[in-house]
Write a protein that binds this ligand. Structure first.
Ligand code: FE2
Length: 204
């Protein structure tokens, strides 16, 4: 069975931008539910859990057609939330000055944030904005609906923003724009840069 990831900060570690209550529901209830659902349906199919989760997109046709949609939805729910939780660091702006990643393509961190915000504002309904690396090792911003994941399209996600209402409604009510602005105050840009460097070396 796949195991729940451990957060690298306390549930209240992202306050005041994301509350402990939101994190508790998001991590302990919603993410956990996706993981339990995924484990249950894979177990029913005698799945080999040593296979990395991302690989399931490449072998989805091995599963009965009637289970595929359920697997993909819950798999996306797991991967998207694991990336989202891993995008953050506790403490404001700790790594904003270490972001070599964006300088390459976006010239400055401010320019990158503006582009990301413009993209995020275009998500209608439930979905995510992702920073991805493509097969040419280029960075790109991509919006996907519901629990779709870039791996499904052959892209490698390194950072994402959850734009489902459950991610912000308790803390921001209908002010999604403020949630999007505050998101960047707790992004671990150093870690995102390291993921990019590693992917650039490993994409063949
Ligand atoms: Fe979420």
């Amino acid at each position: 069975m796949y195991e729940k990831i451990k957060l690298k900060y306390n549930l209240n570690g992202l306050e005041p931008y994301i509350s402990e209550e939101t994190m508790n529901i998001h991590y302990n209830v919603l993410y956990t539910r996706y993981l339990n659902n995924l484990n249950e349906i894979l177990k029913k199919n005698s799945f080999d859990f040593s296979i990395p989760k991302e690989e399931i997109y490449n072998i989805i046709e091995r599963f009965p057609a009637s289970d595929r949609e359920n697997i993909l939805f819950n798999l996306g729910g797991v991967l998207n939330h694991e990336l989202y939780f891993d995008t953050f660091i506790s403490g404001e702006d700790k790594n904003a000055d270490k972001s070599n990643l964006v300088v390459e393509k976006y010239k400055s961190l401010d320019n990158f944030i503006n582009k990301f915000m413009e993209k995020a504002k275009k998500v209608r309904g439930s979905g995510y904005t992702f920073l991805v690396v493509d097969k040419d090792r280029e960075l790109a911003l991509v919006n996907l609906s519901n629990q779709d994941n870039p791996y499904r399209c052959g892209l490698f996600p390194i950072m994402n923003l959850d734009l489902w209402e459950h991610a912000y409604f308790l803390d921001y009510k209908a002010d999604k724009e403020q949630y999007i602005k505050n998101y960047f105050k707790i992004v671990d840009f150093d870690k995102v840069s390291k993921k990019y460097e590693m992917l650039k070396k490993n994409i063949c």
